[in-house]
Design a protein around this ligand. Sequence first.
Ligand code: PHE
Length: 454
Amino acid sequence: MSDRGNFASKIGIILATAGSAVGLGNIWRFPVETGSHGGAAFILIYLACVCILGIPMMTAEFILGRRTHSNIATAYQQLAPRQPWYLTGYAGMLCVTLILSYYSVVAGWTLKYAMSALLTEMSSVTDTEAYFNDFSSSVWAPIAYTVSFLLITHVIIERGIERGIERFSKIMMPLLLLIMVVLVVGALSMPGAKEGLTFLLRPDFSKLSPDVILSALGQAFFSLSLAIGCLSTYASYFKNDVNLSRTALSVVSLDTLVAIMSGFIIFPAVFSVAGVAPDAGPGLVFITLPNIFSTVFASMPMLGYIFSLMFYVLLVLAALTSTISMHEEVTAFIHERYQLSRRRSAGIMTSVCIILGILCCLSYSSLRDFKPFFGMGFFDAFNYLTAKFIMPLSGIVLCLFVGWRMGRRNVREELSNHGALHIPDWMCGTFIFFLRWIAPLSIALIFINELGLF
Ligand code: PHE
């Protein structure tokens, strides 16, 4: 354990872990989900999901990682030797590899947009839709940006936990929060911002349906990076005096704050120009918003330049702090299991993701008509398989494992840092009850619903 490295400070832990959670899921997906599912009514349900499911499950992942101080596969094996629980660890690693591959494509697009904002290329674009379509359907440019993003991730990972992940998170996360505050203030002072805000915050309970509740659960899951081992890998680098439940609470709060703040940026901005709720999908960030920047700032080009640059840098930072957490999970496994150097282990993961990432890029260009996976290309198939199958199933197993297999005594020891913290009986009991029953049953519900079985 001594040569594994550790996070050196508590603030580093919170920023790195919140970095994993805060990503494109918060800044892009959350506002869209909120807009299409009843505004504040969705936010209330989302908050309930995050509290009921997010905090206990994140704490459970922390328990698994910190208890074993091991990568995800070894963690399951160590606690339940010669039992098949460890297969969930492998499923989690497969899942992050696939997510990292397609996520890097979108992250590459954000890098391209940040570059074109920086080089003022964006301000001269008149047809933002054609601009995006031309770029994403070309062969080489998206590949170059995807590979660059993976290489940046690689460089940070190669430097290790304290000098790589922790140090960069301590720079990137405060910068991200600062940019968000500036953008919120900017968006709220746009003409017509109030309508956007009213739309976002007006609870429309008539839109509530089981489907909305399940969408909120799914969003919470992805946004918090739950269940597939990223968080337990980070927790394996926590020192033994870290208060796990309090850390989970801080990370979940930060993640939710960022999600709500991005609603405060995107809604006022889109409303002030288009007068309607934003549409879903890549269009929002790569077509609608550039249009808005150029319309609103036509008479103030300097301000437009600064705001668009800040927005795309924000997306790059958010994506990067998430991609490093995915990369670390598999790098840690290869490094520990096969006794390879960190550099080589990271190199293997990066190479695999580059190959898969290129296939995902090509799904938008040369391989557009190649749809061998039930009518889906690589990009959509990776997204579908991970979000609809592996994440929920691993989530159920994680809860059952910590709730039933690890048992009350182990869980209590980890939660209380071996007795150093006072954890009341009712708290521990409620936590175990959530893990044994509430969380697995609610996830099973999302799973069945997503499959369209009811
Ligand atoms: N939570 C990240 C986001 O919101 C995505 C992610 C999922 C990161 C799974 C790690 C693991 O974008």
